[in-house]
Design a protein. Structure first.
Length: 461
């Protein structure tokens, strides 16, 4: 009997398997496809390769304006695809070596959780085998929700759109969340004519910061993106010159001609592994599994981690959840507080955030202050030709860092200062009196901390 049987080999699943082995337990990992999950094969990794290629194209165009590079920038979608597969393959091989080094048995097959502690697995030969475990972890992830209106089948999924077409064309992206904006930004930088339709009245609904959202929209529009917010897609119809996308906006109907439509409207949990005996496992109103801070479901001995537990759908959160679930399955008492979860949007410019925004503090009835520093005044940003955006630090009344939002620069790397500050209950004084290297983008965090300390002592004896 295994200590933990893990259904799903994505970030939550393989992190849990490794943690079980590190603690001396026995784990079995069951995956219907390739370990690594959506993140490695159809999500985070190929998406960030696409983003980096798009950023390189934009940087080359900037160098042209400085006359450091001559001639037109030529983009090769085929080369982007090759690079994506190269990175995926390397990461996949490394993951297999990691699992092998920990002596974790893996079964390629479809799992069916028939009862608590019992999983039936149908392998690729069609053979059905029962496995018993003290605990089970559901790490089955999520899948694209799909669209439901006339002509929806004409749209491509976001996962299959990570490799752009051979030639630039007219593209409509449905959804202005993280996935939609990343694709739209990358396609625009690569020379595509992109329109984004979002049913909510603002883009990036997951970030409750109107200032960041409006500036991001401004910078993306400056690059050529067209936005329709508060707009629902009514129909996609084939036309002689491509496709007609019918939008319903506050101003009335709007027809947009496109050669390609990308569905980035959202995802739903993958729960088809649950048998009838587990039909009573608690889910929320949106259908995601409900879990405690110990990652336990409403069924004893059944844990869940990763996308299947609902938004935010982040691989970094999935890793942490998987490890916490593994520790609890082995008898420890571990909890995931989740107050310092970093988010990252791979647009050009980048966006990253952690903790609370000013609006969220206000809604909780609290008092906050915020300090900002623009990249336009940062020497490194000027060196790199990336003066857009700013760093914002949100503090509580006592000066404790409650949140950080970054627009521009290498936001995905810089946000870790905010993560560490929140996790360790640091104040803006701690950031302001920490000497940063010069010239670097990171100095913008230091400078934002200094603005909060204006008029008072920062350096203490």
């Amino acid at each position: 009997m295994y200590d933990l049987l893990i259904v799903g080999g994505g970030p939550a699943g393989y992190a849990a398997a490794v943690r079980v082995r590190q603690l001396g337990g026995q784990a079995l990992l069951v995956e219907a496809g390739k370990v690594g999950g959506t993140c490695l094969h159809r999500g985070c990794i190929p998406s960030k390769v696409l983003q980096q290629c798009a950023a390189a194209v934009e940087k080359s165009r900037y160098y042209q304006t400085l006359e450091l590079l001559q001639g037109a920038v030529q983009v090769s979608p085929e080369a982007i695809g090759r690079r994506q597969q190269e990175v995926i393959s390397r990461q996949y091989e490394g993951l297999l070596r990691l699992l092998h080094s920990h002596r974790i048995p893996m079964i390629e097959g479809r799992a069916h959780v028939s009862a608590p502690g019992r999983v039936q697995v149908t392998d690729k030969t069609g053979r059905l085998t029962d496995y018993l475990a003290k605990s089970i972890l559901l790490a089955t992830g999520s899948r694209e929700a799909g669209l439901n209106f006339p002509g929806a089948a004409l749209a491509s999924g976001a996962e299959t759109s990570l490799g752009p077409p051979a030639k630039p064309c007219r593209v409509v992206v449905i959804g202005a969340g993280s996935t939609g904006l990343e694709l739209a930004s990358a396609y625009t930088a690569l020379g595509f004519q992109v329109t984004v339709a979002e049913k909510e009245k603002q883009l990036l609904p997951s970030l409750d910061d109107d200032e960041i959202r409006e500036w991001l929209r401004f910078f993306l529009k400056k690059r050529g993106l067209v936005f329709y917010v508060g707009a629902t897609v009514q129909e996609i119809a084939a036309a002689a010159d491509g496709m007609q996308v019918r939008l319903e906006t506050e101003a009335g109907g709007k027809d947009i001609t496109a050669d390609m439509v990308i569905d980035a409207s959202g995802r739903v949990p993958s729960l088809d592994v649950l048998g009838e005996s587990l039909a009573g496992v608690e889910v929320n109103s949106a259908g995601w599994l409900c879990v405690s801070d110990k990652l336990e479901t409403s069924v004893a001995g059944l844990y869940a981690a990763g996308d299947v537990t609902g938004p935010p759908l982040l691989a970094n959160l999935a890793y942490a959840q998987g490890m916490v679930a593994a520790e609890n399955a082995l008898g420890f008492s571990s909890r995931l507080e989740g107050r310092a979860i970093p988010h990252f949007l791979g647009t050009v410019p980048e966006v990253a955030w952690v903790g609370l925004t000013e609006s969220e503090v206000a809604r909780r009835g609290g008092f906050c202050r915020s300090g900002k520093f623009p990249f336009a005044a940062n020497g490194c940003a000027q060196v790199h030709g990336r003066p857009e955006g700013f760093v914002k630090i949100v503090t509580l009344e006592d000066g404790t860092v409650a949140g950080m939002q970054i627009l521009g620069g290498p936001a995905s790397e810089m946000i870790m200062e905010g993560v560490l500050a929140i996790e360790n209950k640091l104040s803006f004084h701690d950031l302001a009196r920490t000497i940063h290297p010069h010239p670097t983008f990171a100095e913008a965090v230091w400078e934002a901390g200094l603005t909060l300390g204006a008029g008072g002592q920062i350096w203490t004896s």
